[in-house]
Design a protein around this ligand. Structure first.
Ligand code: CTP
Length: 396
C-alpha cells in the first residue's frame, strides 16, 4: 500500500485536508498525518486521526512518538509527501532549509516526491518573497497544485484558494505513479538550447523548447532513478523529484555534466549551440559607418562526445540527432563519430522544435535501426525510459 505523509499547515483551509485524507485513503493509500502547531488551531488532531486511521505526529522529540517511529524513519518511509494547506510560512521555511519543527524536519529529511497545495491571502501569494520561495522549491522538483482563483476566507478575491480536493488527490496519485525499475541508478539528462553571448544584449541560440528532455527526465525519475537535469534556458517547471541545474552556455553545460558524474546513464537531448562568438564584447556593439560587424565563431565542446569518451563514462550513453535530410545515414555516422551507445534521430524539418509530437529512428549497435511511430513527446519519453530500465534489468 503506498504510504503518504500528509502534512497540515496552519491556515483556514486546513479543514479541507480532512477531505483530502479521506479521499487518499479511499484510493487505497496509507495516510500518516502530521500537524504543525498552527494547524492544530484550525483542526483537532482527533478528527484527523479518525479519518486517517492513524495517530497524528506533531512534535519533533516527543518520546512517545519517537519510540513508535523516529522522525527520520517517518520521513524515509513515505512514498510521497503532501502538504495541505501549504502556508506562506511553511513554504518559506522549506525554501530556506529550516528544520525547526516536525513538519519542516520531515520535509528536509525525506527523499520522497513532495506535493504542495498552497492556500493563503492573495497578497501573500503574490508577494515577491513567496514568489521567490515557490520558484526555489519548483527548481528542486517540488510539485505544486493550485492555488486557484476565488473568494477567500478574509473576504478578498484573487488567486490564493486551495485547489479542489479532487485535483490535490489526482496530483498525489500521479506522484505515486513511480516504480522502482531504476531505483539506485543515477541518470544525467541534458535539455533545452544553449545561449552563447555576443555582447551584453545579443546571443546565438536555437528554438529548442526543452520539452523532450524534461519529459525524459520526468519519466526516468518516475521509474525511481535519481535524475540530474542540466538545462539551458527554457520556460518549463522542474519535473517532480528531479535535481535541476540551470546553465546558459555550452561550456557551462559541459562543466555541469562532468560535475554530475559518475552516473549510470547520460541522455543528451540538449540542442547545444555548435558555435559561439570567439570573443564576447564587453559593451553593446554599435552600428557604425563601416557596416555590420564580423562575428568570428569558434566551435563549442561536444558534450555527448565528451561523455562518451571520458574516463568516468556512464554505462549507457544516449544521444539525439536533429537532421533535416538523409536522416538515417547522418544518424548512423553520428552515433559512430560521437561514440554513444544509442542514438534517436528525428527529422526536424517535419517535427519542428517546440511541437508536442515526435517521431524517431532508434539506432544501437545492431545493424538495423528501429523506426518508432509518431507519438507525443511524453509517450516517447516513457518508451525510452522503459527501454533504459530493460537494459539494466538485462545486465544484472
Ligand atoms: N551535442 C552535444 N554537444 C554539442 C552538440 C551536440 O552534446 N556541442 C549532442 C546533442 O545533445 C545530441 C547530439 O549531440 O544528443 C547530436 O546533436 P545534433 O545537433 O544533431 O548534432 P551535431 O553534433 O550538432 O552535428 P551536426 O550539426 O553536424 O548535425
Amino acid at each position: 500500500m503506498p504510504r503518504v505523509l500528509l502534512i497540515l499547515g496552519g491556515g483556514i483551509a486546513a479543514y479541507k485536508a480532512l477531505d483530502v485524507a479521506r479521499e487518499l485513503r479511499r484510493q487505497g493509500m496509507d495516510v500518516t498525518p502530521v500537524m504543525t502547531a498552527a494547524a492544530k488551531e484550525f483542526v483537532t488532531p482527533l478528527s484527523l486521526e479518525v479519518l486517517c486511521g492513524s495517530a497524528v505526529h506533531d512534535e519533533l522529540f516527543k518520546a512517545a512518538q519517537e519510540s513508535q517511529i523516529g522522525h527520520i524513519q517517518l520521513a524515509r518511509s513515505a512514498d510521497a509527501v503532501v502538504v495541505c494547506p501549504a502556508t506562506a510560512n511553511l513554504m518559506a521555511r522549506m525554501a530556506h532549509g529550516l528544520a525547526d519543527d516536525l513538519a519542516t524536519t520531515l520535509l528536509l529529511a525525506t527523499d520522497a516526491p513532495i506535493l504542495l497545495a498552497p492556500a493563503m491571502n492573495v497578497h501573500m501569494w503574490q508577494h515577491p518573497a513567496t514568489h521567490n520561495n515557490v520558484q526555489t522549491l519548483q527548481k528542486r522538483g517540488v510539485r505544486f497544485v493550485g492555488p486557484v482563483e476565488g473568494e477567500m476566507a478574509c473576504g478578498e478575491t484573487g488567486v490564493g484558494r486551495l485547489a479542489s480536493i479532487e485535483s490535490i488527490v489526482d496530483e498525489a496519485v500521479k506522484l505515486l505513479g513511480r516504480s522502482s525499475a531504476l531505483s539506485g541508478r543515477k541518470v544525467l539528462v541534458t535539455a533545452g538550447p544553449t545561449r552563447e553571448p555576443i555582447d551584453p544584449v545579443r546571443y546565438i541560440s536555437n528554438h529548442s523548447s526543452g520539452l523532450q528532455g524534461f519529459a525524459i527526465a520526468e519519466s526516468l525519475a518516475r521509474l525511481g532513478a535519481s535524475v540530474t537535469l542540466v538545462s539551458g534556458p527554457v520556460a518549463l517547471s522542474t519535473p517532480p523529484g528531479v535535481l535541476r541545474v540551470d546553465v546558459q552556455t555550452a561550456e557551462e553545460m559541459k562543466v555541469a555534466c562532468l560535475d554530475a558524474l559518475p552516473a549510470d546513464v547520460a541522455v543528451c537531448v540538449a540542442a547545444v549551440s555548435d558555435w559561439r562568438a570567439e570573443s564576447q564584447h564587453a559593451n553593446k556593439l554599435k552600428k557604425t559607418a563601416n557596416g555590420p560587424p564580423a562575428i568570428s565563431l569558434v566551435e563549442n565542446p561536444d558534450i555527448l562526445a565528451t561523455l562518451s569518451q571520458c574516463t568516468l563514462r556512464p554505462t549507457l550513453v544516449v544521444g539525439f540527432a536533429a537532421e533535416t535530410e538523409s536522416v538515417k545515414d547522418h544518424a548512423r555516422q553520428k552515433r559512430q563519430r560521437k561514440g554513444c551507445d544509442w542514438l534517436l534521430a528525428n527529422d526536424v524539418s517535419k517535427y519542428c522544435f517546440g511541437g508536442s509530437r515526435n517521431q524517431v529512428h532508434f539506432f544501437s549497435d545492431k545493424e538495423e535501426e528501429e523506426t518508432w511511430p509518431e507519438m507525443d513527446k511524453k509517450a516517447l519519453a516513457e518508451r525510452l525510459a522503459e527501454r533504459i530500465a530493460a537494459f539494466f534489468a538485462a545486465s544484472v
